[in-house]
Design a protein around this ligand. Structure first.
Ligand code: NDP
Ligand code: GDR
Length: 342
């Protein structure tokens, strides 16, 4: 039985990856950071919470990481733990760098010392492309990070490459574009939107207030993306891969489609922070824009080229943008109904 250690077990990808590895017969060790309450809601939703062996692991703390890896002696480590919210990284840049950049290095140093044969996956991000230098973005596209989060991920990415080249270790970096699901955190724009749409539909919220409606992302479906992480680690040679859908859509399109899935057509008026989205039928304002949701530096456009992953891993995205929005809205409509029946 193979042993996998997953950092960030309580996050979206931690939950889906755990389920995948358990299905494949792995013994899964879930690393969580100590909080006053161990929140296993995502793992419970996927019915895997009681199948995981939990270990406290703080990415700030080298001794904690070292002892945890030494004790478990995992075959594979998936480093999904991070301060992952781009907007907040402008508020807490040093914390973000410590967890997201140095956290990865601490794990690599521990692996190098304890057992350099342990295979390692680093959760790199399309945010590293930032102000994009070419379109679509592939593994050879130059990086241009636009936030403390992206700069931290870039350090973690390059140190992973550097340790692989310096010490011959089996280290992979997956450059994953945005991937979403009903388990997505509520602060990210997709889930914030689908959750708000459901609350508006059932009368628990008046409107949604958003930032930049024109930024474009390459949005895929999270359960498919964790499969790519596992595939990378199973190859004969370690390498880096872009995982994406090859399509790009604006926040505005996502919002429009989300409302449409709840039976509401949106019409837009105004510009910039004065822009408003109204219910076509009633004229009621349902969407507003506020400066506090804009970022000091924005990533305007992302669109990934996943052809290397297709060729080498046999991986391709399956769920379309339209299906993704539908899955998330339908989930949140049921969630809000259930919450309010209690
Ligand atoms: P989430 O934000 O859902 O999960 C992040 C996880 O990291 C949580 O379990 C969180 O714990 C944990 N964490 C945060 N700080 C620490 C710390 N100091 N020590 C230990 N653990 C910590 O992210 P996703 O699941 O969406 O993403 C997984 C990884 O992939 C992240 O590294 C993210 O940056 C990266 N990524 C994500 C993409 C996406 O579109 N989802 C795309 C590309 C990369 P807690 O629950 O306690 O907060
Ligand atoms: P992102 O995701 O920054 O791409 O990082 P997020 O959903 O936060 O933002 C996407 C785009 O939407 C715009 N936006 C808003 N964003 C949020 N969160 N809230 C709003 O109200 C809002 N209005 C407009 C943003 O400006 C941005 O352009 C995610 C994270 O999962 C990272 O960890 C990961 O690395 C990248 O995806 C790939």
């Amino acid at each position: 039985m193979k042993k996998a250690l997953i950092t960030g077990i309580t996050g979206q990808d931690g939950a889906y990856l755990s389920r995948l590895l358990l299905e494949k017969g792995y013994e899964v060790y879930g690393a969580f950071r100590r909080t006053s309450d161990l929140h296993l809601n995502k793992l419970k939703f996927l019915k895997v919470a009681d199948k995981i062996k939990y270990v406290p692991l703080e990415l700030h703390e080298f001794t904690n990481i070292y002892r945890t890896i030494e004790k478990i002696q995992p075959d594979e480590i998936y480093n999904l733990g991070a301060q992952s919210f781009v907007a907040v990284s402008f508020e807490i840049p040093i914390f973000t760098a410590d967890v997201t950049a140095l956290g990865a290095l601490r794990i690599l140093e521990a692996i190098r010392d304890i057992n350099p044969k342990i295979k390692f996956y680093q959760a790199s991000s399309s945010e590293m492309f930032g102000r994009v230098q070419e379109t679509p973005q592939n593994e050879k596209t130059p990086f241009y990070p636009r936030s403390p989060y992206a700069a931290s991920k870039l350090f973690a990415h390059w140190i992973t490459v550097n340790y692989r080249e310096s010490y011959g270790m089996f280290l992979c970096s997956g450059i994953l574009f945005n991937h979403e699901s009903p388990l997505r955190g509520f602060e990210f724009v997709t889930r914030k939107t689908t959750h708000s749409v459901a609350r508006i539909k059932y009368g628990f919220q008046d409107k949604i207030i958003l930032g930049n409606l024109d930024s474009r992302r390459d949005w895929g479906y999270a359960p498919e993306y964790v499969e790519a992480m596992w595939l990378m680690i199973q190859q004969d040679k370690p390498d880096d891969y872009v995982i994406a859908t090859g399509e790009t859509h604006s926040v505005r399109e996502f919002v429009e489609l989300a409302f449409k899935n709840a039976g509401i057509d949106i019409v837009w008026s105004g510009k910039g922070v004065d822009e408003k989205g109204k219910d076509k039928a009633s004229g009621r304002i349902l969407i507003q824009v506020a400066p506090e949701f804009f970022r000091p530096a924005e990533v305007d456009f992302l669109m990934g080229d996943y052809s290397k992953a297709k060729e080498k891993l046999g991986w391709s995205p399956k769920t379309t943008f339209k299906e993704l929005v539908r899955i998330m809205v339908e989930h949140d409509l049921v969630l809000i109904q259930k919450e309010n029946q209690r």
